[in-house]
Design a binder for this molecule. Structure first.
Ligand SMILES: [Zn+2]
Length: 291
């Protein structure tokens, strides 16, 4: 079990700052990396090889971009994360609540998880080193959750995912892994020590919805998640759900960036009329950081 615990002490408070490497820039948390060996990234459009509507760091393989450019962009991201040899995992994201898990990172387990990922999933928990999930986004909320043990989760939360509690389910599964590994006495104790990062997404300034969606959000999360006459604050709803599960409010960091307002820097499905690339949320724990 020792190999699962990089640094059992508490994590630094979460903080997102811009970082550049290999010609791309991304938001990350350097203090987190130093503390537990987990490198996280919320990427943007800059850098990479894609052209036109996908220019230029498109990480999505399902948007009719040149597959060679997408492969090149993903490899570039792994290099920028300092993990060029990590096992890359992508999910067939379907706005559902399926959470996958990589516990040991064996070849058999990774093959099984890759098959599950192709069938459809919107979150993944990783307790193994050198396994790098890259999830794809264009307005939905990217969520990364990190445990002091070095295990982490990456989740995709559009409004359906927020309503389905996908990120919360990922946090709870991460907590169960910590308890199983002996790193926490209870899921609640584990959850209180997690860092949560909410990346660039369609903000409360721009997320207009129908009255039915607004009513569903108000019923589930309260009126405070409604903005103006016709908008919803997805990050506020996520915070309410995660805090109800036991996440500390002080341990949730937000980028504060709206993808629609910043469509030159980030891919936005709404701002582009539906044809665009995908930026990413990625994380990897480096083996070298383990005792
Ligand atoms: Zn906006």
């Amino acid at each position: 079990m020792q190999q699962d615990i990089c640094d059992p002490s508490s994590l630094p408070m979460p903080q997102l700052a811009s970082c550049a490497a290999r010609g791309i820039s991304f938001l990350t948390d350097d203090a987190l990396y130093a503390a537990c060996g987990v490198r996280i990234a919320f990427t943007g459009r800059a850098g990479g090889a894609s052209e036109g509507a996908f220019a230029s760091l498109n990480l999505g393989s399902h948007v009719e971009d040149d597959p060679a450019a997408v492969a090149q962009n993903r490899a570039l991201l792994l290099q920028a994360l300092d993990a060029p040899d990590a096992q890359l995992l992508t999910l067939n994201q379907v706005h559902g609540d399926t959470v996958l898990a990589v516990k040991r990172g064996s070849a058999d387990e990774l093959a099984a998880v890759a098959a599950q990922a192709r069938a459809g999933a919107d979150a993944i928990v990783v307790a193994a080193c050198e396994v790098a999930p890259i999830l794809c986004f264009a307005d939905c909320v990217p969520v990364i959750i990190v445990s002091p043990t070095g295990a982490f989760a990456v989740a995709h939360a559009g409004w359906r995912g927020v309503m389905a509690g996908t990120a919360r389910a990922a946090a709870e599964q991460l907590a169960h892994l910590d308890v199983q590994a002996g790193a926490a006495a209870s899921p609640h104790e584990a959850l209180a020590g997690f860092n949560v990062y909410l990346g660039p997404h369609i903000g409360p300034c721009c997320f207009q919805t129908g009255a039915d969606v607004r009513a569903a959000f108000a019923e589930r999360f309260g009126n405070d998640v409604l903005t103006g006459d016709d908008r919803v604050n997805l990050a506020a709803a996520l915070r309410i759900d995660l805090e109800a599960a036991g996440i500390s409010a002080a341990r949730v960091a937000e980028s504060g960036i709206c993808t629609v307002c910043n469509a030159q820097e980030y891919f936005s499905y709404r701002a582009s009329g539906g044809v665009c690339g995908r930026h990413g949320a990625a994380a990897v724990r480096r083996c070298a950081s383990c005792p």
